[in-house]
Design a protein around this ligand. Structure first.
Ligand SMILES: [Zn+2]
Length: 134
């Protein structure tokens, strides 16, 4: 079963292009310096539309996680148990991802993590996963 893939929009295109280049790119507001994720057209703080893309380290920590023993969708049946997590990047924004390269018993809130750029099965895209820092 083919897994659903994210569809880039004109607003999110730089984020997906960054992943294909092995980089995490976030928007930052030129008016108030706030970091923004997910990609959007206006600042979440001051509503300015003067948002600038920047490459960041992608480093952060586990803010929350859960182990799903029932697939969240039929497409993901081969990934059970799914190690789902919310990562807080060092810039302060949070994103939802899947943890890799870690046993479920070792996952801890606050654990430092780094990005993993995972090519999709068909090779046409790259997804952002996370693993503990080396
Ligand atoms: Zn702003």
């Amino acid at each position: 079963m083919d897994k659903p893939l994210p569809l880039a929009t004109p607003t999110s295109q730089p984020f997906w292009e960054g992943l294909r280049a092995g980089e995490v790119r976030l928007q930052r507001c030129a008016e108030c310096d706030r970091w923004i994720f997910y990609p959007r057209s206006n600042c979440t703080g001051c509503l300015s539309n003067d948002l600038v893309w920047s490459t960041v380290s992608g480093l952060g920590q586990i803010h929350a996680f859960t182990i799903s023993r029932i697939p969240t969708a039929a497409f993901f049946a081969d990934e059970v148990p799914q190690k789902l997590a919310v990562i807080e990047l060092d810039e302060g924004v949070r994103l939802t991802t899947t943890l890799v390269d870690i046993e479920e018993d070792a996952i801890e809130i606050g654990m430092r993590v780094e990005p993993v750029f995972e090519a999709t099965e068909g090779g046409e895209g790259v997804l952002l996963r996370y693993r503990p820092t080396a």
